[in-house]
Design a protein around this ligand. Structure first.
Ligand code: RP5
Length: 187
């Protein structure tokens, strides 16, 4: 608990940025995962094409403000992660947000296909990518912050435990349905 408080009172170590409020549905999973690991983070809408000056200011000031990893989510012609990476030497993890027109394939290719020289660590399209960006950010921070490495170790152990506890998918579905009906009748 004391560890949790310390982490909370510390400034943000991870900056989660996204091109639009419409990206929050996806990017909230990165924030939730960091929350679970007690990693101090901040969330902001910063658009590469609608607020380019704000993007430059954010990327240029991030290191000085104590941010150590940036997670950038964007959809469509998703230049936010690449432009952010161009303005900072901090590691930038890109999350391709699923677009309506091309199901996020446009976002994925825009983020992954950076020319040599300015890397963006690209994750999967959508929710899985947002979760994994947070886990990768935690793994990166773990090299310097042992409490984050241990939180990540616990997260992985719990995940394994959950899978081993529900090895029969039919039973897992049944117990899930039972839990739901008990909740309903309790209301
Ligand atoms: C990108 O355009 C955003 O990252 C978002 O995924 C996409 C659509 O934005 P909205 O039109 O929903 O604001 O800049």
């Amino acid at each position: 608990m004391a560890e949790k408080r310390n982490n909370k009172s510390r400034g943000a170590l991870v900056g989660i940025i996204m091109g639009s409020t419409s990206d929050w549905e996806t990017m909230q999973h990165a924030a939730q995962t960091l929350e679970e690991l007690c990693v101090p983070h901040e969330t902001r809408v910063v658009s590469a094409h609608r607020t380019p000056d704000l993007l430059f200011e954010y990327a240029e000031s991030a290191e000085k403000r104590g941010i150590e990893v940036i997670i950038a989510g964007a959809g469509g012609a998703a230049h936010l992660p690449g432009m952010t990476a161009a303005k900072t030497v901090l590691p930038v993890l890109g999350v391709p947000v699923e677009s309506k027109a091309l199901k996020g394939l446009d976002s994925l290719l825009s983020i992954a296909q950076m020319p040599g020289g300015i890397p963006v660590g690209t994750l999967a399209i959508g929710k899985a990518g947002a979760i994994n960006a947070a886990l990768l950010a935690a793994a990166t921070l773990g090299a310097k912050h042992p409490e984050i490495r241990e939180a990540l170790r616990k997260f992985r152990a719990n995940q394994t435990k959950k899978v081993l506890a529900t090895r029969d998918p039919a039973k897992a579905l049944l117990s899930g349905a039972k839990k739901k009906s008990t909740k309903k009748s309790a209301r």
